[in-house]
Design a protein around this ligand. Structure first.
Ligand code: SAH
Length: 463
């Protein structure tokens, strides 16, 4: 199986269900909530719904509705609101309404924490990072930023930490406290419910452990919060777990691009019919909106990146390009918040598909990341552990990879060397979401630029 579409909708070989996207009609708008992993409610349209996600969808919808409507809710007998203790997940006071609705609310649900706890690659890497480097934890003071269910904090305690502060902004802190207690670790692990930005501790810490990574590493922008914690609470020479991160880019073959283009064309045909009918039936001419509708639909079908589970045989470059490398012990918010003007270069395989003899084209760029647990210069890890989200024949982690569709597709015969600039910037309307921009030209391996292709540029939103 070597197609993005099949793998991205059917789940991976590890038995995790990878629902692509779920629709939620929330208040007046339509929000999209990713079923799996790093959920952020969004404000754009959606295409795919996978069976079996109803419960998650309903839970997410309820949480968002609650966040939006609770304050204004009045009971029929005139009493104000609904007691928040009646709700499974409530909005903590220190989280602002929009950030709760767009980001935090889903983390308050066990179903969502479970999705992360079921990701074997993630779990094994973090568990090994702690367990195989017990010296980094024994007798130490540890801070777990965004403890969720408390799993990382408990591993730190099991490795011999003297004290673990486990900070969680959402209601999940209440559950984490129970889990810590049930595992007999409450004498070491102290669960504190607050945003880490508001945290007050009686002492500084030796180690900060956190699982903050979003799609394509940066989405969710949670590392901002980890940095606040590091700069305020880490002792000099302390170690970050993970300590390093890298982002990669490659090009892939996929039939999804052509499919998306066909869906776009169909949608525009339906629009034309709709405009004609509206004019005939109601005497209103909407054809002045043709351009606007096309822009809107093009953005939806071709300019939104997508979660995918790429099989290594789809890769069209011998080596991925390293877009960024971060030393998490030292980097600043400016280093990690965005990537600007990164010069990238990819060299495509020049080969024909054996079946049809047709040239294999690049239908998408693909991005992924890895993180490394190596400790710090002052406190290096004895056993360096890596967590990668690279394309894997055995299936993806819950982060998958991001596909950035290219229409028209790139033909290696027009120049197998793709070189240009890459930017990844935060979205103005939601700082936890990103857009990617790439401008590139094609050249031969001998360095001869193909001017007939000109310079191409595409902007994608990471949804
Ligand atoms: N550590 C857990 C959960 C990781 S998910 C695990 O590895 O399984 C990230 C968690 O961080 C979520 O539960 C989220 O609510 C929490 N979080 C995100 N930003 C936070 C912040 N600023 N302060 C406290 N918790 C935060």
């Amino acid at each position: 199986m070597d197609d993005v579409d099949e793998r991205s909708t059917n789940g991976d070989a590890r038995g995790t269900t990878h629902e692509t996207e779920i629709k939620t009609n929330v208040s007046r708008g339509i929000s999209r909530v990713r079923a799996l992993g790093r959920a952020i409610a969004r404000t754009t349209t959606t295409t795919t719904t996978t069976p079996g996600v109803r419960e998650k969808r309903e839970a997410a919808t309820r949480a968002i509705e609650r966040a939006m409507d609770l304050d204004s809710m009045e009971l029929s007998d005139g009493r104000d609101g609904v007691a928040s203790k009646d709700m499974v997940v409530t909005k903590p006071k220190d989280i602002d309404d929009a950030d709760f609705a767009n980001y935090f609310c889903t983390y308050g649900y066990l179903y969502h924490q479970k999705d992360m706890l079921e990701d074997q690659s993630r779990m094994t890497a973090y568990h090994n990072a702690v367990r195989l480097n017990a010296d980094s934890f024994r007798g130490k003071v540890v801070l777990d930023v965004g403890t969720g269910s408390g799993v990382l904090a408990m591993w730190a305690a099991q490795a011999g930490a003297k004290k673990v502060y486990a900070v969680e902004a959402t209601h999940m802190a209440v559950q984490a406290r129970k889990i810590v207690e049930a595992n007999g670790l409450s004498d070491v692990v102290e669960v504190i419910q607050c945003k880490v930005e508001e945290l007050e501790l009686p002492e500084k810490v030796d180690v900060i452990i956190s699982e903050w990574m979003g799609y394509f590493l940066l989405r969710e922008s949670m590392f901002d919060s980890v940095l606040v914690a590091r700069d305020k609470w880490m002792k000099p020479g302390g170690a970050m777990f993970p300590s390093h991160a890298k982002m990669y880019l490659s090009a892939i073959k996929t039939n999804k691009t052509e499919q998306k283009k066909q869906e776009l064309d169909e949608s525009l045909n339906v629009w034309d019919e709709f405009v004609a009918n509206t004019s005939n039936n109601y005497g209103i001419d909407l054809s002045c909106m043709n351009g606007e509708f096309e822009d809107e639909q093009r953005e939806h079908y071709l300019n939104c990146s997508a979660w995918c589970d790429i099989h290594p045989t789809q890769l069209l470059c011998a080596k991925p390009f390293t877009l960024a490398s971060f030393d998490l012990n030292k980097c600043t918010k400016a280093d990690i918040a965005m990537l600007r003007d990164v010069d990238f270069k990819l060299t495509l395989f020049e080969r024909n598909s054996s079946a049809s003899g047709e040239e294999v084209r690049a239908g998408a760029f693909a991005g992924w990341f890895d993180v490394t647990f190596a400790g710090s210069e002052a406190n290096p890890c004895e056993n360096v552990v890596e967590l990668t989200t690279a394309p894997d024949a055995n299936g993806a982690t819950h982060w998958g990879q991001q596909a950035f569709y290219i229409h028209p597709e790139i033909r290696p015969s027009d120049g197998a060397v793709i070189a240009g600039k890459f930017d990844m910037l935060r979205r103005k309307e939601n700082q936890r979401l990103y857009s990617v921009r790439m401008n590139w030209t094609q050249s031969t391996k001998e360095g001869k630029r193909n001017d007939s292709m000109g310079q191409r540029g595409i902007v994608w939103h990471i949804e």
